[in-house]
Design a binder for this molecule. Structure first.
Ligand code: CTP
Length: 392
């Protein structure tokens, strides 16, 4: 059956490109339904889209000319993917706030399918902390941002804010739509976030891992039909829907939870930044400051990934390596030492990669090859990792 893409068009000058996008998606065999904001209709006629899609183009939530279904709900149900392209700063702000004051925002809020946003606006508006915060809010909810390109903008400025190329937009959509359900029947086990090792009752040793890569893996694995268990250190993220979450704090708790789940798992992703050292004897009461030096005695934690590598039965195992130098050589050593099937090497010196970003630039190391992926959203990276490990 044909898959339906709902395309939301808002009032950026790039709205004219949405007509070409519609035509390209139709040629690829997708059904396309278009919803416009009222302001967008001043830039391009709804009729242009209707002529291409052979459907009514929706603008007003309360338009009842065609049928008496609750249209925003029926469109939301019908959508296999929803993309807002171009998305203005105003639309992005409304979607981040969960507003539903027209057909586009109402349908977006009601839709439960994979969602995408392709921003297009002036560089200063894009770089404004308000827009950046809204994009981060949306990304943290699993909405995939197809980042804008740099170039000459309609306002005459040159900089970021140009709608991503139609090729990139179509690639993001089709990768999502064609990989759906390809993990049906698979059990995926994922670790995410940092661990905390107590020094005393009010202090701990930890690291800045946000958990975003692991949560993106969990969300995408679920969207692809897998049964997902996420063992998560302390993070500030909302777990994706329909994923079993086991919260842990210390490396030892994480090891215990993962070992218990390991035998049932088919694909395993060790995205957590597990502490390498812990205090075997944390102080029972708060340590008071005294001399100028404080010496803590640390012991090695168990290497969970290495344990998994040694106890493999049928599992496919993906490890992560963060490096600041000799990326590929160090990562290759880890791959061998921990008996991984795939190792994701993360260069911490690269802009937009690693801790706390919504994007990641990684190299995938397998026995046969090393493949560098372009800088893209953690959700897009996650899908490729899932497909790569499953393909092994
Ligand atoms: N890992 C683990 N158990 C630990 C430490 C790390 O399972 N106690 C996993 C991580 O989840 C990650 C991979 O091992 O998948 C990272 O390897 P590691 O050797 O810890 O990398 P670094 O911490 O970067 O180590 P090194 O100091 O050797 O570079």
């Amino acid at each position: 059956m044909k898959k339906t893409i709902v395309l939301g068009v808002s009032s950026s000058i790039a709205a004219y490109k949405s007509a070409q996008l519609t035509s390209d998606l139709l040629k690829l065999g997708y059904d396309v339904e278009v919803i416009m904001t009222r302001h967008a209709t001043q830039l391009i006629q709804p009729l242009t889209f209707s002529a291409l899609t052979h459907h009514k183009t929706y603008v007003d939530t309360f338009d009842r000319q065609v049928n008496y279904d609750i249209e925003h709900i029926s469109l939301a149900h019908k959508a296999d993917a929803f993309i807002a392209a171009p998305a203005t700063a105003n639309l992005i702000a409304k979607l981040a706030a969960g507003l539903a004051d027209d057909m586009l925002t109402t349908t977006f809020l009601a839709a439960d399918c994979p969602k995408f946003i392709a921003p297009a606006m002036n560089t200063a508006m894009l770089n404004n902390p308000a827009t950046q915060a809204n994009l981060q809010t949306l990304a943290a909810r699993g909405i995939q941002i197809i980042h804008s390109a740099s170039g000459r903008l309609a306002c005459g400025d040159t900089g970021a804010g140009k709608l991503a190329s139609l090729t990139d937009i179509i690639a993001a959509l089709s990768t999502q739509l064609e990989s759906q359900a390809s993990l049906a029947g698979r059990r995926v086990l994922i670790s995410a976030g940092p661990t905390r090792e107590a020094i005393d009752p009010v202090r701990f040793i930890s690291n800045p891992s946000s958990g975003r890569m692991g949560y993106a893996l969990a969300r995408q694995a679920r969207l692809m039909g897998a049964e997902v268990t996420l063992v998560s250190g302390p993070v500030e993220l909302t777990p994706p829907p329909a994923v079993r979450v086991i919260p842990v704090v210390t490396a030892a708790e994480m090891a215990q939870a993962l070992k218990q789940e390991y035998a049932r798992a088919d694909l395993v992703f060790m995205a957590a930044a597990v502490a390498d050292y812990y205090l075997p004897q944390p102080a029972g009461s708060k340590i008071k400051k005294a001399e100028s030096m404080l010496t803590l005695t640390l012991s090695r934690t168990e290497d969970i990934l290495a344990w998994m590598g040694d106890h493999k039965t049928h599992q496919k195992l993906c490890g992560f390596a963060m490096e600041t130098e000799n990326l590929l050589a160090n990562a290759r050593q880890k791959f061998e030492r921990k008996h991984c099937d795939l190792l994701v090497a993360n260069d911490l010196t690269e802009a937009g990669a690693g801790f706390g970003h919504d994007t990641n630039a990684v190299s995938l190391i397998s026995r046969q090859s090393v493949r560098k992926l372009p800088l893209q959203s953690k959700d897009a990276v996650a899908r490729q990792l899932l497909l790569a490990l499953e393909a092994l």
